[in-house]
Design a protein around this ligand. Structure first.
Ligand SMILES: C[S@@+](CC[C@H](N)C(=O)[O-])C[C@H]1O[C@@H](n2cnc3c(N)ncnc32)[C@H](O)[C@@H]1O
Length: 272
């Protein structure tokens, strides 16, 4: 694998990493043998899974476009992953060259690659931090001085909250992030679910227990709760493919097959 310069020494190569397994599924080159073995095992159980990962990425792209259409020009992307095609800043800056993006990930490989990719892009920043410490994320984001927390912000949590177990109180973590966001801000969440899923999908998702970040599958109601009192935009919290598909045919058959719900909400709290 190509290692970027300055890759931190704390990479744990004894366990697969969620970010690197995800990178492998997306066709990236930033993964190790231990990641590929787990990815292949998961893929053998659920041939659909690589498509699921791509569908997650597509949901994120559509959601970011919707936020751009709503006038959002700054994004805090938490659990951003290893950079791959169609990164948030590429989608955002294609529509608005002044759009700003701060990426946050817990994985040192994802952070190192993000820093390498974004060197020279003054409107982007990268933070190595844990969603379970939202105060630190907010403090570091303020220190970077890229995002203006007095203006509407897009908070992106795509495929990451399911890595936070109930014992770490994910609803409270999201409430902290929402509280820091000005009126007009938007929150994007996609999250794996057990609802409508066949047993083999559930077994495969349980394999994530081998990574440092086990997945907690949640119900639609629990995932909806992560939006708090913000206004959930149409079409609601739905199977990812059903969230404003580019073409009606895209999501025509078995939209539940990707095992994750997605939704977008807006902070309609009055200004002031
Ligand atoms: C499935 S990938 C999603 C990547 C990207 N958001 C997307 O939708 O394409 C999940 C990412 O969340 C990161 N992650 C997992 N737990 C995290 C945590 N507690 N804090 C921050 N990032 C985390 C992983 O390292 C991984 O890069």
């Amino acid at each position: 694998m190509q290692m970027p310069d300055g890759l931190p020494a704390e990479i744990d190569l004894s366990r697969p990493s969620a970010a690197r397994v995800y990178d492998y599924f997306l066709g990236g080159a930033h993964n190790f043998e231990i990641d590929r073995q787990l990815a292949e095992q998961i893929a053998a159980m659920t041939p659909n899974l690589p498509a699921t990962m791509r569908a997650g990425r597509e949901f994120l792209r559509r959601a970011v476009r919707a936020l751009l259409d709503a006038g959002i020009d700054q994004f805090l992307d938490i659990g951003s992953g290893i950079p791959t095609v169609g990164n948030v800043h590429e989608v955002a800056q294609a529509a608005n060259p002044k759009a700003r993006v701060v990426y946050v990930d817990i994985d040192p490989v994802a952070v190192a690659h993000s820093r390498e990719l974004l060197a020279g892009n003054d409107l982007t920043g990268v933070i190595h931090a844990d969603l379970r410490d939202p105060e630190r994320i907010l403090a570091e984001a303020r220190r970077l001085d890229l995002l203006d927390f007095d203006r509407p912000l897009g908070i992106l949590l795509a495929g990451v909250v399911h890595f936070v177990p109930d014992t770490d109180r994910p609803a409270d973590l999201l409430a902290t992030l929402r509280a820091a966001a000005a009126p007009g801000s938007h929150l994007v969440v996609s999250h794996s679910t057990f609802e409508d899923q066949p047993p083999e999908m559930l077994d495969a998702q349980r394999l994530s227990a081998r990574t440092a970040t086990e997945i907690s599958l949640r119900s639609r109601a629990e995932i909806t709760g992560f939006f708090g009192d913000w206004t959930i935009l149409e079409p609601g919290v739905v199977h990812m493919e059903l969230w404003r598909p580019d073409s009606p045919s895209e999501a025509a058959e078995n939209p539940e097959r990707f095992g994750a719900f997605g939704g977008v909400a807006r902070n309609d709290r009055p200004v002031g």
